[in-house]
Design a protein around this ligand. Structure first.
Ligand code: G3H
Ligand code: 13P
Ligand code: ZN
Length: 316
């Protein structure tokens, strides 16, 4: 089966109370770890590519890797999604490149500008059979090309439930990323983590049946944080979204959960461990291999947290 869009996945996720994992890919080992996990767990999958990933690996390499993943797993629905497209042009480029889903993130613009640019992307994408994720409200944290509000300011930039109906009606977007207190990266909270489930429930009430998306959903797993800190890393204050909160959101109207940091930390932890335990090692297969395996086991676990393990068939 060729790449699919996310329509059927979201329909089933909404109806049956789970979320589909959207995992960021930057190279072959990360992609292989994720895809081996979803194949063993028979799960639907969204592989997402950021602008940073495109410029790091180049689209032609990433596309070739994903094409192999799709060809080797003909019974698994796999979508290829642009993560945090910032302009109409970047989204158009990805539609033209064969993505089946794009995100336009104009959440830092005014409400009116966000509507205007999202609508423009939707018109082009829909004319080419591609679905569109948009964003209302702002996340915290900072990644290579994705700027967020400061950690102290996250609570002041949550999605305003009173805006969502007008936004969805005027833009025609297919799914909506909302801000409920999560951030990108490994340092999401300074004190006890807490998500705004009241905002999620209010948005869901206003948009019944409409798929919502949660970014910044990594949990900063203790196993990898401890390994990184033990083997020369320096991330003592890293803190993520507790998996119980992710699982709760997935049972509600969150249909797509974005995970990148947990992949990065799994790979980094294993590479650090190999380098420290065997300083003479210089064969990349000996440290990238354990990193890939750690990603695979971590993703298998996540698919159960999200509830999408075993759901590939119903999403076909
Ligand atoms: O949301 C951000 C993703 O983690 C991608 O990050 O722009 O550094 O590739 P990146
Ligand atoms: P994390 O940094 O929590 O993994 O979030 C990733 C994300 O939202 C990508 O769009
Ligand atoms: Zn994001």
């Amino acid at each position: 089966m060729p790449l699919v869009d996310t329509k059927k996945m979201f329909e089933m996720a909404y109806k049956n109370g789970y979320a589909v994992g959207a995992f960021n890919v930057n190279n072959m080992e990360i992609t292989q770890g994720i895809v081996e996990a979803i194949a063993e767990e028979n799960s639907p999958l969204i592989l997402q590519i950021s602008r940073g990933a495109r410029s790091y690996a180049s689209m032609s390499y990433l596309r070739a890797i994903i094409d192999v993943a799709v060809a080797e797993n003909p019974d698994i629905p796999i979508a290829m999604h642009l993560d945090h497209g910032d302009t109409f042009e970047s989204c158009k480029q990805c539609v033209d490149d064969g993505f089946t889903s794009v995100m336009i993130d104009a959440s830092h613009s005014s409400f009116e500008e966000n509507i205007a640019i999202t609508k423009q992307v939707v018109e082009y994408a829909h004319a080419n059979g591609v679905v569109v994720e948009a964003e209302l409200g702002q996340l915290g944290g900072i990644e290579e090309d994705v700027v967020g509000v400061s950690a102290d300011d996250v609570a002041n930039h949550l999605t305003k439930p009173e805006e969502v109906v007008e936004f969805v009606e005027k833009t025609g977007c297919d799914s909506l990323a909302i801000a409920i207190g999560t951030s990108h990266g490994a340092f999401k909270f300074k004190t006890a983590p807490k998500l705004a489930f009241d905002v999620l429930e209010e948005v869901a009430r206003k948009l019944p049946g409409f798929p919502l998306v949660m970014h910044g959903s990594s949990s900063v797993l203790k196993e990898f944080k401890d390994l990184i800190n033990k083997y020369g890393g320096d991330m003592p204050d890293a803190m993520g979204v507790p998996e119980e909160a992710v699982a709760q959101a997935a049972k509600l109207s969150i249909c797509k959960v974005n995970i990148d940091t947990d992949l990065r930390m799994a790979l980094t932890a294993k590479i650090r461990q190999v380098f420290c335990e065997t300083p003479a090692e210089f064969d990349p297969r000996k440290y990238l291999g354990p990193g890939r395996e750690a990603i695979k086991q971590m993703v298998k676990h996540k698919l159960h947290v999200l509830g999408c393990a075993g759901k590939a068939d119903e999403c076909l």
